[in-house]
Structures are given as C-alpha cells and as structure tokens.
Design a protein around this ligand. Structure first.
Ligand SMILES: [Zn+2]
Length: 236
C-alpha cells in the first residue's frame, strides 16, 4: 500500500535516517511549497506556528521551527517539522484524519532550504527509522514523477541501484545525476556513480555550479548533493 506525506505526491528524500539524523528530510520534486498531509490518523498533541524563518543557532525544540506532532492511532507519534510560518492548519487537541493537509513545506528553525523533516517516535518514544521507499525513475528519465512513499518499516538498503546505466547516462550528458542515491553524503553519492569525490574535484564542481567560496561546509555539500540527485549538477 502506498501512502504519501505530500498531497502533490511527488516526494523526494534529500536526507535519510542515520544515527546523527533520526528522521527523513523530504522535498517535492519540483521544490514547490507542497502541502503536507497526515501519514496516519490521530490527535495533534503539539502545534507550533509562530516561527518566522530559519534560525541556524536554535537549540532543542526550536530547531524544528513550526511543527506538528500527531499521536497516531497505531500508538506511534509523527512529528512534521520546519513548516512555513502561518501555514499550519490543525489545532492542538484536534483529531486529524489520515491524508488531511496539516501545513506547508517551509524553512523554519534549523533548516537549510525548504523541506519537511519527518520523525516517527515509537510507543517508547524512541525515534524509529520512518523508512520510506522511493520508486525512483529510470536514470534516462528526467521526470521523477513516479516517486512515492511506502511507509513499510523495512530496511531501505534493500533498494537496488543501477549504477552502470547511471554512469552511462552521465557520459553523454553535461550534467551528473545520481537518482538512485538516497543518503546524505555528497562524497558517497559521487562514488556511487564512479565520479571523483575528492575535495579538489568537489571544489571545481562547486565553481561551475555557482557555489561560491567552496570550503566543504554542510550547506555547500547539501547544495551539491541536491543538484546531483536532481540530475542538475554541471560537470566540471
Ligand atoms: Zn531533518
């Protein structure tokens, strides 16, 4: 069964779950301010909608910016973070049906770029892997419109990659792409398509892609990675 978390149904994962990031980050494939919908029915237990924009010095709960927590009927809690100021559609204590729009993708709290930060807390308040399986487009296709979220709690590493065809595609294009890479590292993403991942080459890539003064910062690397995942990273 397929369940979406954006009503535009064009989810792309930009940052996966790992020990340093117990959540998944999601954008719409056209980077639009898509509406976020409830993954499962439940009761809104926390609603914050007074944060105006990004704050990279924020600590604790403030890092979420505007966020909604829903205690789901299945006993788990979903947390939807970084929503756009003024976009939140639910009230504290309100019962929210699965699929209801709860707000809009934004960049509030400690966010770099507009995205949804999604956490799933289990009954013991442990942050689980909200493993989301994307049905990636074939590397030759530039339109990742078949992406969907399948909230099965399987290990996402079972996703197979087609590196050979990706590299082949990369040879004739002026852009590099890594549509099948689902994790958060530009170095690993470049390795996965057999491209030089050294600092010096990344610096060249940054230059031709208009990322100024590259020094390997988190936000610069995320920027490179985003372009690469979208097939828009110019070769250097
Ligand atoms: Zn996140």
């Amino acid at each position: 069964m397929v369940t979406h978390v954006l009503d535009s149904m064009n989810e792309v994962i930009t940052n996966n779950y790992d020990t340093n990031h117990k959540a998944v980050d999601i954008v719409a494939n056209d980077n639009s301010e898509a509406n976020i919908i409830a993954l499962e029915s439940g009761t809104a237990t926390t609603v914050v909608d007074n944060v105006k924009g990004p704050n990279h010095k924020s600590k604790g709960l403030a890092t979420y910016g505007n966020y909604v927590k829903i205690k789901q009927n299945n006993g788990k809690t979903a947390l939807y973070a970084h929503m756009k100021h003024g976009s939140v559609k639910v009230k504290k204590g309100e019962y929210v049906e699965k699929g209801t729009i709860i707000g809009t993708i934004g960049e509030t709290g400690n966010a770099y770029g507009k995205h949804l930060h999604l956490e799933i807390h289990n009954q013991n308040n442990v942050k689980e892997n909200p493993t989301i399986t994307l049905n990636e487009p074939a590397p030759s296709s530039q339109k990742p419109e078949k992406n969907y979220i399948n909230p099965t709690y399987n290990n996402s590493k079972t996703t197979t990659t087609t590196n050979k065809s990706v590299s082949k595609n990369n040879q004739k294009s002026e852009f590099l792409s890594a549509y099948n890479y689902h994790y958060g590292s530009i170095v690993d993403a470049l390795k996965s398509i057999n491209i030089d991942s050294s600092y010096n080459y990344r610096k060249k890539l940054a230059k031709v892609n208009n990322i100024k003064n590259y020094h390997g910062s988190y936000s610069q690397n995320i920027h490179l990675l985003k372009l690469l995942k979208e097939g828009r990273l110019k070769k250097a």
